[in-house]
Ligand binder design. Structure first.
Ligand SMILES: NC(=O)c1ccc[n+]([C@@H]2O[C@H](COP(=O)([O-])OP(=O)(O)OC[C@H]3O[C@@H](n4cnc5c(N)ncnc54)[C@H](O)[C@@H]3O)[C@@H](O)[C@H]2O)c1
Ligand SMILES: CC(C)C[C@H](N)C(=O)O
Length: 365
């Protein structure tokens, strides 16, 4: 991979490699764009097969955060971290504290939170070294685990997409195929079950599947069977690139609406599902609940205010569908257009000179 070529192509600001021999920390922080504000995005810990795979994931995920934060109306830019390692075996206190010091060194350009493989406890360790971390324990007046709130936003967005496909936003009696029943999806399943939806679930972790079957009467299928099941809605809630050449023709759902980041392997797959008449709720729009919730910590956390904002994921999905119809484009392009236009508007409005404590003239006061 020619790194600078890639950074230039998608206009990334910064890519950092953090290494701490004693703790085994190998982290990559990618900061995509800070036009709207400091880059906020979670830390993923995963067993990447190669370093290149880890770099690509950090880059793709951080760009996704730029678009997610912009589309959600937050005054935040996009960044993300990946830590290379097995979250079940390789974590230790020193690792997260070393990582916290790297974040502190960025002086607020990047703020972290949870993602796949990291927990509130990990964020608390990072917080020992820096204030530039969110999703820490409620004991600190913080918002805690973002997953249930992400799930609520996905539920709201799924209803908006269902309204477009079925003429009603009621999910009662709808069959929803949920791929991955981890932190977000378990909570999503609860909302769907309470509304009377029927659930088909899968996960590579048998215990997670058993929990969903027991709690919600879900039907379990093998991981590779989930794409082809007869259902109304497909909810990708595991990892990315699941909408691809191998899966598209298997999908029978009329709606795709789930929590996973980077669901489309390539943009062309967004065009293909559009051509098939599937209503696609763009991933970074529908899964913004978690970041909306943790971002509220920066104002002094107020759960009621945060949840009210998360409810608006419904309206944002409606708006994206409206733009897609107006401009005759797929929803993923409509979401990109909406996010890019906001960034551009703010970039322009900020071009006026404003003296502040960070400006070079500050030394002359
Ligand atoms: N946690 C949040 O608040 C949040 C916010 C926005 C987006 N997301 C995204 O949502 C997705 C899920 O996040 P999470 O926090 O619930 O993570 P998680 O690790 O708790 O859950 C993911 C689940 O997917 C399963 N899985 C992995 N590969 C699979 C496969 N091939 N087939 C079936 N199951 C598989 C895992 O075993 C796990 O149970 C991720 O893509 C994450 O980036 C999470
Ligand atoms: C809670 C968030 C800051 C990060 C979350 N993992 C996301 O992808 O949106």
């Amino acid at each position: 991979m020619e790194i600078f070529k890639y950074l230039e192509k998608y206009d990334y600001e910064q890519l950092l490699f953090c290494q701490d021999k004693q703790s085994g920390l190998k982290a990559i922080i990618a900061i995509h764009d800070t036009t709207l504000g400091p880059a906020l995005g979670g830390t993923r810990m995963w067993t990447y097969a190669t370093e290149e795979e880890a770099i690509e994931d950090a880059l793709r995920l951080s760009k996704g955060m730029t678009y997610k934060n912009a589309a959600a109306g937050l005054n935040l830019g996009g960044g993300k971290t990946v830590i290379i390692g097995d979250p079940r075996k390789d974590k230790n206190e020193e690792m997260f504290r070393a990582f916290g010091r790297y974040i502190q060194g960025l002086n607020g350009r990047y703020i972290t939170a949870e993602d796949v493989g990291t927990t509130v406890e990990d964020m608390d360790l990072i917080h020992e070294e820096t204030d530039f971390v969110t999703g820490i324990s409620p004991a600190f007046g913080s918002s805690g685990n973002p997953s249930p709130v992400t799930a609520y936003g996905v539920y709201r967005g799924m209803k908006a997409a269902a309204k477009e496909a079925f003429g009603t936003d009621s999910l009662e009696g709808k069959v929803v195929a949920v791929q991955g029943v981890g932190n977000v999806a378990y909570n999503l399943c609860r909302h769907l079950h309470e509304e009377g939806a029927r659930l088909i679930v899968t996960d590579i972790n048998k215990e997670s599947v058993a929990r969903a079957v027991e709690s919600f009467g879900a039907t379990a299928v093998n991981p590779d069977e989930i794409y082809g099941v007869q259902c109304d809605i497909y909810a990708p809630c595991a990892l990315g690139a699941v909408i691809n050449d191998q899966t598209i023709n298997q999908i029978k759902a009329k709606v795709i609406a789930g929590a996973a980041n980077n669901q489309l392997k390539e943009p062309v797959h967004g065009d293909q599902i559009h051509e098939k008449g599937i209503v696609y709720a763009p991933d970074y729009v529908i899964n913004a609940g978690g970041v909306i919730n943790v971002a509220d910590e920066l104002l002094g956390y107020n759960r009621e205010r945060a949840l009210k904002k998360v409810e608006t994921v419904y309206d944002t999905i409606e708006r994206v569908i409206e733009i897609a119809k107006r401009d005759n484009i797929p929803t993923y392009k409509a979401a990109d257009r909406m996010a890019e236009e906001r960034i551009e508007r703010m970039r322009n409005s900020r071009s006026q000179f404003l003296q502040n404590e960070k400006h070079i003239l500050n030394g002359r006061r």
